[in-house]
Design a binder for this molecule. Structure first.
Ligand SMILES: Cc1cc2nc3c(=O)[nH]c(=O)nc-3n(C[C@H](O)[C@H](O)[C@H](O)COP(=O)(O)OP(=O)(O)OC[C@H]3O[C@@H](n4cnc5c(N)ncnc54)[C@H](O)[C@@H]3O)c2cc1C
Length: 394
């Protein structure tokens, strides 16, 4: 690798979050270099099912960020299309809607309470009866006790979206370097960032963004400004391509509870959706582990059972493959977006757990707003780095 020139900002990590931050900074006229020890979008982002959801967020800061991001994505995609052309900006964006399905009497009350709170926060939700739900999704189970429809839930292809964001960065003169590990930060006498160290070299810059996904905790500890970001494992089953089997994102009403739970132990709840290629993705599991990438057959069995509970016909469908990834988890379940007061010029954009694809558009915008001193797209307070749940003792 030759010497990498200087930049205003070095973004560490070319997942969807690093790419979104780099794109938004470059749109604001900031000179950006993105580095990744692997290839762009080759880590957690490649595992994402691509949902851009408002339906699975409880009211609060994360829902506000999700609503801002859901609003931002189509505008951002228009901007990308304009800049890099329709082919590169094609990311399989589809506003397909989501269905939360209760199949037991006990699940009806919690679903009604959640949707009432979401409605009060401005999310569009329709209550459907079982017949109408099966009109929308003909293969849905007969065992329906309540269904809520979220017309604004959308989906895109995360790897294509990351590539499009990075193409925009390149079009504005930014650079992306694969196979480059950042192992330290160079600081001046006052302790402010002046470079990103890559072995014996350093890329001169006045700021770095830690967008290392589930490795953000480890990276931040290495440079002496630790934040509490940990891996939370998730696995997905992928069926053989089927003729249009499921049109929306369909999930068990218990999913929101599993998403919001901070539990370290295994949580599963059924989530079923199709991709543009016709495969059906079946999730979802959550377990806090170290970076152990074994595929646990008992968990996969659990996922299959849950999906068949929602769509009995899936019982006869072949599974083509299974894969897993590590979501970047934070103890208070909120991302970390902003400058680290312990080291001027160190920024973090991480900790999006199972929602980083959806939240990327607003995360990039918020980071660029804060970096350039613009009016922030959402209140940055809940995501700040020095909240006690996140900033650890060095
Ligand atoms: C099974 C599964 C399904 C999911 N489904 C969805 C979904 O439907 N919708 C949704 O919104 N979210 C979903 N998510 C979550 C989403 O995938 C993540 O929140 C998101 O991809 C995080 O992106 P990131 O850029 O922060 O991390 P990553 O994509 O992991 O990127 C971090 C990058 O940093 C690089 N890196 C780390 N350390 C260094 C270093 N020292 N030097 C250089 N490079 C470094 C890594 O190589 C990596 O490429 C899912 C996650 C999983 C596991």
């Amino acid at each position: 690798m030759g010497r990498i020139e200087s930049a205003d900002v070095v973004v560490i990590g070319a997942g969807i979050i690093g790419a979104a931050c780099a794109e938004a900074l470059s749109a604001a006229g900031v000179r950006v270099i993105v580095v990744d020890r692997g290839a762009p979008a080759s880590a957690t982002t490649a595992s994402g099912e691509g949902n851009v959801l408002v339906s699975d967020k409880e009211p609060g800061p994360q829902l506000e960020l999700a609503v801002a991001s859901r609003r931002r994505w189509p505008v951002l995609l228009d901007e990308l299309r304009e800049l890099i052309g329709p082919r590169l900006a094609s990311v399989e964006w589809e506003v397909k809607g989501g269905l939360a399905v209760a199949t037991t009497a006990e699940a009806v009350g919690p679903l009604a309470a959640l949707t009432a709170a979401q409605r009060a926060s401005g999310v569009e939700v329709e209550d459907l009866d079982a017949d109408r739900a099966r009109e929308l999704e003909p293969h849905l189970t007969e065992q329906i006790t309540a269904v809520s429809h979220f017309p604004d839930d959308a989906q895109l292809q995360p790897v294509l979206a990351t590539a499009a964001l990075l193409a925009a960065l390149r079009a504005r003169g930014g650079e992306i370097h694969s196979g480059v590990t950042v192992d330290g930060i160079a600081t001046d006498r006052s302790g402010a960032v002046v470079g990103a160290r890559t072995g014996a070299d350093a890329i001169p810059c006045r700021a770095v963004v830690n967008a290392c996904g589930p490795w953000a905790g480890h990276f931040s500890a290495t440079i002496g400004a630790p934040i509490d970001v940990l891996p939370r494992r998730g696995m997905v089953l992928v069926t053989a391509p089927l003729p249009r089997f499921v049109g929306r994102k369909v999930y068990d009403a218990g999913y929101v509870d599993a998403v919001a739970s901070p539990e370290a132990d295994l949580r599963t709840s059924a989530v079923v959706e199709s991709t543009a290629a016709g495969t059906v993705l079946i999730g979802s599991s959550r377990r806090r582990t170290a970076f152990d990438d074994d595929l646990d057959v008992a968990v996969l069995r659990c996922l299959a059972r849950g999906a068949i509970g929602l769509f009995p016909k899936l019982a006869g469908v072949p599974v083509m493959r299974a894969y897993g990834g590590f979501r970047p988890y934070t103890p208070d379940r909120l991302p970390v977006i902003g400058e680290d007061p312990r080291m001027p010029g160190l920024w973090h954009a991480t900790g999006h757990e199972g929602a980083g694809i959806g939240l990327a558009a607003a995360t990039g915008r918020l980071l660029a707003d804060l970096f350039t001193g613009r009016e922030p797209v959402v209140d940055p307070g809940p995501f700040r780095v020095d909240r006690p749940e996140i900033a650890l003792e060095a």
